[in-house]
Design a protein around this ligand. Sequence first.
Ligand code: ATP
Length: 144
Amino acid sequence: MAMYDEISAGAVLYLKEEGPEIKYLILNYSYGHWDFPKGNIEAGETELETVFREVSEETGIKDIQIIEGFRQQIEYKYRKKSKLVNKAVIYYLAETKSRQVVLSFEHNDFGWFSFEHALMKLSFENSRKVLRNANNVLTCLYSN
Ligand code: ATP
């Protein structure tokens, strides 16, 4: 028996512009919530292949650089019609130099947000936890 009905992979995608400020990309899903870009892992795909494909499909961004050593899994359940879906999402951490975003039909809006602002924007505590961990990693990475 499979542990999950659905497994997605996604990225905490960030942009580092002039100075120390890091901006995180958060999307507004058509369900209403705000979360990182992600999507279902398709048959035969590795997690990272899904991350590259989904980020590209959902944001148009193709230049992403994975920060090695960061891989975090969250889990949740949601109701699809009358069925309870047990879902896992695996997040990687990735940098881009592209600020421009081209959304797909799946999302209504997006923003590049500072850490504090992104924490307020994210709809779910499990995603906020992933962001805190990512921000800690980047704070160390970019200190001196
Ligand atoms: P994917 O982007 O992986 O293809 P999706 O767009 O089909 O997924 P989800 O983002 O998983 O769908 O949202 C499906 C349902 O789960 C929505 O009702 C949403 O509110 C809820 N949900 C989404 N993310 C979380 C989360 N991190 N914690 C709890 N519930 C969530």
